[in-house]
Design a protein. Sequence first.
Length: 570
Amino acid sequence: MQNDAHTDRLHSLDALRAWAMLLGIVLHAAWFMSTRYFGTPITDADGSYFYEYVLYFIHIFRLQAFFLMAGLFAHLVFSRRGTWRFIWHRISRIAIPLLIGWLLLYPVMMLQYAWGGIESGRILTDQGLGATTLQELVSSLQMNASAFIHLWFLYDLLVIYAITLIVVLLMHKVIDRSGRIRRQISRGFRWLLQSWWSIVLLSIPSAIFLYFEDWWWGLGAYPINFIPDWPGLMGYCLFFAAGWLLYSQLNLLSDISRNWRRKLGLGVALSIPLFVVSTVLDYSVTPTYPLLDSNSFVRDHRDLLAAADRHVAEPNGADQLLNPSRMIVDALSPEYLALLENHDQLTPDQKVGLATEINDAVLSSESLAAPENWTTAKLPKEVAEMLADDSNRSDPAKLQLLNKKLLEATLPGMFLTDFKDRPRVRIYKAVFSAGYALAMWLLVFGAIGLFTHYFSHPSPVSRYIADSAYWIYLVHLPILFQIEVLVAPYQWGLFGIPKFLFYTAVTTVLCFASYHYLVRSSLIGRVLNGRTYPFKPLIKPRIVSMPGDVLANEAFDVEQTNPVPGQEIP
């Protein structure tokens, strides 16, 4: 790689973006093949821990690399277009596709969730698929007003753009009109990346953000009711800021790429114990607290029925008015009551359905937290004080927490408690966060080094994949969902390898075919990528890469800076 070759450096980042997009299909195919319910329409019958590790490993660095590149290319667009044209550029390329994509894809994916839920027993109902889908749509919107599905990435990008614009304008117009502070920041960033301790120093703030995440799978940032998960968002902001600062000093890519093999090796080595620890701890804590999830049942579900039956057998007991087990059982719908009575073992999907039913019928109900039910109960001081505070019954979130605390006090050991209440787990989380942060930066810098070493020259294949990346990002998950609904319940054997390959291969073919024949030469392609290409009925068209092509790409965003004659820059 020539150190003064501006475009050569960015060809490598364009290739990284392109292949990382394809890695997203692999990541979500591995997600489907988890051993437990993990938010998919159906838990796959061929799931194994190997695929959970594949998912875990890719998640450590993939989106982090995307946010870093998003910061670099955002700075490019901002410097070339100015503030107002940058804002319109982001609205047209990010906000509008987010809105249209959500309106089109959200109902489809809720249909697939309902379909998979009925097939797996996660949803027990005598309604048809249409009515169940409508119910899922309504309940999902009530629980999470944004319900961004996989489009949360675009929403978080918009939030980060807004934060960046505010900071940049304040620096330019108010705080640092002379540019002295910005020059010092630039020199400090250069020193940081040229230091042998760069990854360790960058890992310190990342570890702090990771510590405040409520789960063990790295950075989250999924927005709830349009409010991002702030620890996760700030963690991604750090990578975005690194990319923003990197744009004005692209020669630092050679420093990032230094010892890339060693960085990748250490990152992979770290990922294995991180996965083992996170898997063990993820089964012993619930990130949805106080709401129940499939892992929340410490004791067997049949213990719930047994405890309820004991209350009936001893009607004159001192805890007659409590009856928390009886209240839970009585609140269940007939379908879920039959599930408890007729199944000795529950599948992961059935456990999710039961947890959801208890969340809706018990934890969200004011009847359990009615003070008259607890007049004879000996409650912990903290819980008694919560019960006496009427405001805890008027706020839905506080009501759920109060009900969960009441169940924990009267049904000890039945459900998982909040991991933040356990000092030892907090120590584990601190150590884990430090290791995970280190692995993130090692793998991101190692991946940049890998692609700088092997992909620093124009590649028609990478160029084509990069152009298709935005479309693939939008449609690959609904395609995978539909395939999973059809094949997940059936065992294919051979450790799930044939099914995993089937997921990835069919989805990849459908994504590229739809891009080539429906998007690349159409208005959709212009909206997503800023330009269209002449239609050629070829699976692998011949594309001549021009200087500046790579500079024109931002994350999932392609802008042709050197258009061919007759084409306009949007």
